[in-house]
Design a protein around this ligand. Structure first.
Ligand code: SAM
Length: 206
């Protein structure tokens, strides 16, 4: 990517984030407490529909504790410039840290518009170069990806096993928080740490 294109991307990111922040503020401002009006109905739909969609398609939004994120990325052995994706990135914490600490070319996919908005706002605070893409990760081709990080429900992981098998290149790694992936044999397992409230981490290598 050349400098001019990078600059354009930065402006686009900033504009998008400001629009989202403004929309969120407007919605909160327009919804008076304990009333039902068209705005509150829209607000409720905005919250419920994506939450249901995310549940059906993968998992609800539950952020991974930051210490676990650090552990996952360390175990993933990320090299600068490697393509790292979070398939359901929530507020973006995994991709922001992967980009900042490991200089990864990181992208997060997020299906819920509200959570996506949150990730975009947090991107400003992190000053991150990571990309946040609104949409279903299942529509993405994963052939160029070096590392996939995820925190999804076990049923979802079992359902996407075939996609990961088919599309990921040899040597690609998958790091899953809290749940293992279908019938895959783990390359490494980091045990849970109850004192820090950290669930187990599974690492796979293709
Ligand atoms: C358990 S949260 C994990 C968030 C983040 N990865 C973390 O570890 O903090 C799962 C996220 O995946 C999103 N999600 C679920 N299914 C998805 C899909 N098919 N495509 C993109 N995002 C999805 C949900 O909206 C939710 O924010």
């Amino acid at each position: 990517m050349n400098d001019a294109k990078r600059q354009r991307e930065r402006w686009k990111d900033l504009a998008m984030t400001l629009v989202l922040a403004f929309l969120l503020m407007a919605v909160f401002y327009l919804v008076p407490p304990n009333t039902f009006n068209p705005y509150s109905a829209v607000f409720l739909l905005l919250l419920l529909v994506p939450t249901l969609m995310a549940l059906i398609h993968g998992a609800p939004f539950v952020p991974t504790p930051m210490e676990a994120v650090e552990k996952m990325l360390k175990t993933a052995d990320i090299k600068p410039g490697q393509k790292v994706i979070d398939i359901g990135c929530g507020d973006g914490r995994m991709v922001y840290l992967a980009s900042k600490k490991y200089k990864a070319n990181a992208t997060g996919y997020e299906l819920s518009p509200i959570v996506y908005g949150l990730a975009r706002i947090r991107k400003l605070f992190w000053g991150s170069k990571a990309k946040i893409v609104f949409g279903n990760f299942k529509t993405q081709n994963l052939k160029d990806v070096d590392v996939v990080v995820c925190y999804l429900l076990p049923e979802t992981l079992a359902r996407i096993q075939e996609k990961l098998d088919k599309e990921l290149k040899k040597g690609a790694r998958v790091v899953s928080y809290a749940f293992p992936i279908g019938s895959w044999q783990a390359h490494q397992r980091v045990e849970r740490d109850p004192a820090k409230n950290i669930a187990p981490i599974w690492v796979y290598q293709k």
